[in-house]
Ligand binder design. Structure first.
Ligand SMILES: [Zn+2]
Length: 149
């Protein structure tokens, strides 16, 4: 089954492939009204039940991002959508070298300083996580219509 969903805030479209053994990931993410948070974390809602009227409206918008249930579930948990996860060192390097840092998200925990996000002047945000080799680039998001956190 494929769920054709559409965000009421950032207008992103997601085609989520639901295999029978992954249905629980969708059920777990869905509220009583059949929607969930937008996996782009824009503050909007997406439908997790197919709705012909939404399909008609959505078909006039940009092409959908095809997701598996697992990819959808990971994105809801903050791990990034496939198009937000950078796949090359060169891409991140050029992003960092060509745009000034406009803002940062830092946290002081017991005197240790942690860096979570680098917000660049072009509207991109580089999200960092701690990995086995050091600071890991978790995802790169765009600023459009995004809630400030
Ligand atoms: Zn959205």
């Amino acid at each position: 089954m494929i769920i054709h969903s559409f965000c009421n805030s950032c207008m992103s479209r997601f085609d989520i492939i639901v295999r029978t053994d992954e249905g629980h990931l969708i059920t777990k993410s869905m509220d009583e009204d059949g929607t969930s948070r937008c996996p782009r974390d824009c503050g909007g809602r997406i439908n997790l039940r197919n709705d012909p009227s939404i399909n008609n409206l959505a078909s006039m918008m940009k092409a959908p991002l095809l997701l598996t249930s697992k990819e959808f579930y990971k994105a809801l948990g903050g791990m990034g959508l496939p198009d937000e996860i950078p796949n090359s060192v060169e891409l991140v390097e050029s992003l960092l070298k060509s745009h000034k840092v406009a803002d940062v998200l830092l946290e002081d925990v017991g005197g240790r300083i942690y860096l979570h996000e680098l917000r660049l002047e072009n509207g991109s945000t580089i999200h960092l996580a701690s990995g086995g080799h050091g600071a890991q680039v978790l995802k790169v998001t765009r600023n459009e219509g995004r809630k400030s956190s």
